[in-house]
Design a protein around this ligand. Structure first.
Ligand code: 13P
Ligand code: SF4
Length: 319
């Protein structure tokens, strides 16, 4: 067997030996996603990763994604050991929302219900009334609006703005953005549509409003995958991280999959739209963490207990 096959086999047997399960995001390397599938783990969006990790009987979770995903897993299962291939994999939304500044913002607006995106630290979640992922943000805010509540939203301004426009809710926005999705360009998609007029445009809501405006479907990674499968269009333009192409190619091998441009001239780009933090997860650091047991996620128990409430509210709402 090749060196990579040997690595893969080693990971498979270590997962068994350690009573560990691999929980991976759609943006990770195809090799990681394939291993999660082959070993009974999960590959999914951040909502399903949270649910899967909480409900799986394994005593150890290996979360291949970015840090907030590991923290969410630990908050929901404090009794489990949660490890990550690297603890360096963060997220621009998490970085852009420091807990102390966020708490001060909340303090200034005590009349608002605090809704935070899952892409935040445990400390920020601990301050929230609700946590949401992109797959249920609209439904949760719509519900809160129907209850007459005014919202304080953090950190992604594009997703928050999208949710406010769609629901008509009164939403006060934090100023954060995803460095990957913010780069998609409306003009590039318009140019592509001239070449592929029949293509469906599927957009993650972390993208700017001008890009969202061109979408046939706006949704989380899972919702984008489902739309690519269910829509009749034979060509699909996708505005999200290119890691998603692994699953799309599996599900709709006969369709033409086109990454949305991050430059304005319609030029496609295979190396762009690739989250640098998701890309830090590899076979090598995965095997190392299983062998040596490091990179454990620790969440202060008191903070974790506070953050568990809005996270559980999210999972109950989504159920
Ligand atoms: P999803 O919840 O859609 O998987 O999104 C997570 C994320 O980080 C998107 O950039
Ligand atoms: Fe964060 Fe954007 Fe990377 Fe998702 S793609 S983890 S939102 S930086």
């Amino acid at each position: 067997p090749s060196e990579r096959d040997a690595l893969r086999n080693r990971i498979k047997s270590l997962l068994k030996e350690r009573d560990a399960v691999l929980v991976a995001h759609y943006y990770t390397d195809p090799e990681i996603q394939a291993l999660a599938e082959e070993t009974g783990g999960c590959v999914s969006d951040s909502l399903e990763m949270a649910r899967f990790g909480r409900d799986h009987p394994a005593s150890q979770l290996v979360v291949a994604g970015v840090k907030f995903m590991g923290e969410t897993a630990k908050i929901l299962s404090p009794e489990k050991r949660v490890m990550m291939p690297t603890l360096e994999a963060t997220c621009s939304l998490d970085i852009g929302c420091p807990a102390d500044e966020f708490a001060a913002f909340c303090d200034q607006h005590p009349d608002r219900t605090v809704v935070v995106y899952a892409n935040t630290s445990a400390a920020v979640k601990a301050r929230a009334d609700w946590v949401v992922t992109s797959s249920i943000a609209l439904d949760v805010v719509d519900y809160l609006d129907s209850q007459g509540e005014k919202i304080l939203w953090a950190p992604d301004k594009h997703l928050g703005d999208y949710v406010a426009r769609e629901t008509g809710a009164d939403v006060l926005l934090w100023d954060g953005a995803c460095i990957v999705h913010e780069e998609f360009k409306a003009q590039g998609i318009l140019d592509l549509k001239k070449v592929y007029p029949e293509a469906a445009v599927l957009v993650h809501p972390e993208s700017p409003a001008s890009v969202v405006a061109l979408a046939d479907v706006v949704g989380s990674t899972t919702q984008i995958i489902n739309a690519a499968r269910d829509l009749p269009n034979q060509q699909v333009i996708v505005a999200t991280d290119q890691g998603i192409f692994y699953k799309l190619q599996q599900l709709v091998p006969h369709k033409e999959l086109i990454i949305a441009p991050t430059a304005g001239n319609g030029a496609t780009c295979r190396s762009c739209a690739n989250c640098p933090w998701m890309a830090m997860n590899g076979l090598q650091n995965l095997v190392t963490v299983l062998e040596q047991g490091g990179n454990e996620i620790e969440v202060d128990p008191e903070l974790g207990a506070k953050a568990m409430k809005p996270l559980t509210r999210m999972l109950d709402f989504a159920a």
